[in-house]
Write a protein that binds this ligand. Structure first.
Ligand SMILES: NC(=O)c1ccc[n+]([C@@H]2O[C@H](COP(=O)([O-])OP(=O)(O)OC[C@H]3O[C@@H](n4cnc5c(N)ncnc54)[C@H](O)[C@@H]3O)[C@@H](O)[C@H]2O)c1
Length: 349
């Protein structure tokens, strides 16, 4: 297959491009605007591969999208390009509506025109990548299923919810073959350092405070990024058009437990002076407005239908992740300091 990936220079997109280029028989075109969230070093190792092409472009640009469809003639699209940081969406929601809603709309229209032009292969399909955050917040029990009603809390999750609805509407109204995926929190290498896991690692090694929102008891269902990438490729290859698939790791953990787990890894690798523990750097900060208490995914459908399951245990995945950030200072240095959001509050999950 020729696969067009949008947002392939970001955290999850770069893992997906690497999976396709290195471990699949397919070819991949990465279409990415290279916003502050992208790091060109995240795909630098793919530059010489004959089944990987990078095209710099904006999903809001209809002409550029028409060109990339015409040139790459994709069998499938996996759409990840988005503004993805909840805290930034609280400070400035407009950019999220532009990228996530209008951008997704333009991409759906471009895919529709490509399909209608007759140049798309017969089984052409588009996978729209979304989040568990569209479902809102859970109480202490239960999990989100594919049938859970949408109830987003933040401008970010509301913009993703809108895009999910567009993807479904384009299927029902125009017959565009779309599939929606909703995934839980990802962790792993190459995540923008405003996010909780890399922020904790990078702050801790510099002996800076580790900000944790509220009481630290918000629960997320953590999944290693490469497991998400495998799920997305499986959905593109074998998912049922018109369906949605929840993707999760059965890895429920409070933010505090997660931060402590990262600190414990750092204690082993980079012990602090005077026998202090990295966890002593934890500081509780004022909670995020509208902060959802708990997310947990019921991912039985994708496991049953597509035979997907996470391969990475949390213990092994977090150890690999900590090692990666400690060993890849050049990746971190390639992100201009000015592109960081002022870290006055808690860390982004
Ligand atoms: N990170 C998570 O835990 C998580 C979980 C579930 C779903 N998701 C979804 O997965 C997708 C990828 O998330 P991520 O964490 O890798 O995000 P990211 O912020 O690391 O990457 C986003 C990428 O999209 C690109 N982009 C942004 N606006 C663009 C535009 N207008 N045109 C073209 N490219 C543009 C950026 O340059 C960047 O490379 C998003 O759609 C997000 O909502 C993320």
């Amino acid at each position: 297959m020729n696969i067009l990936v949008t947002g392939g220079s970001g955290f999850i997109g770069s893992a997906l491009c690497r999976l396709i280029a290195r471990n699949s028989p397919h070819r991949v075109v990465n279409y990415d605007l290279l916003t502050y969230a992208a790091n060109p070093l995240s795909t630098a190792d793919l530059a010489g591969a004959d089944n990987y092409v990078f095209v710099r472009g904006d999903i809001r640009d209809a002409d550029a999208l028409a060109r990339v469809f015409a040139r790459s003639r994709p069998d499938g699209v996996i759409h990840l390009a988005a503004e993805s940081h909840v805290d930034r969406s609280i400070d400035g929601p407009r950019a999220f509506l532009d990228a996530n809603v209008i951008g997704s709309y333009r991409l759906l229209q471009a895919a529709r025109e490509y399909r209608d032009s007759g140049s798309a292969p017969e089984n052409f399909r588009l996978v729209h990548v979304s989040t568990d955050e569209v479902f809102g917040s859970l109480g202490p029990e239960g999990k989100f299923s594919e049938a859970t009603p949408y109830d987003p809390s933040s401008p970010y999750s509301a913009s993703k919810a809108a895009a999910d609805h567009l993807a479904r509407a384009w299927r029902r109204t125009y017959g565009l073959p779309t599939i929606v995926t909703n995934c839980s929190n990802n962790y792993g290498p190459r995540q923008f350092p405003e996010k909780l896991v890399p922020l904790v690692i990078l702050n801790a090694v510099e002996e800076r405070p580790l900000p944790v929102y509220g009481d630290g008891m918000n629960v997320r269902d953590w999944l290693y990024v490469e497991d998400h990438a495998r799920a997305l490729l499986a959905v593109l290859e074998s998912g049922r058009v018109g369906e949605s698939y929840n993707i999760g790791g059965d890895g429920e953990m409070t933010n505090l437990e997660l931060v402590r787990a990262v600190c414990a890894e750092l204690d082993l690798r980079r012990p602090r002076r005077g026998g202090k523990r990295h966890a002593e750097l934890i500081e509780f900060v004022r909670d995020r407005p509208g902060h959802d208490r708990r997310y947990a995914m019921d991912s039985r459908k994708i496991r049953r239908e597509l035979g997907w399951a996470p391969r990475e245990s949390f213990a092994a995945g977090i150890a690999k992740t900590v090692d990666w950030y400690l060993e890849n200072g050049a990746w971190r240095a390639a992100i201009p300091a000015a592109s960081y959001r002022a870290r006055l509050g808690g860390a982004e999950t």
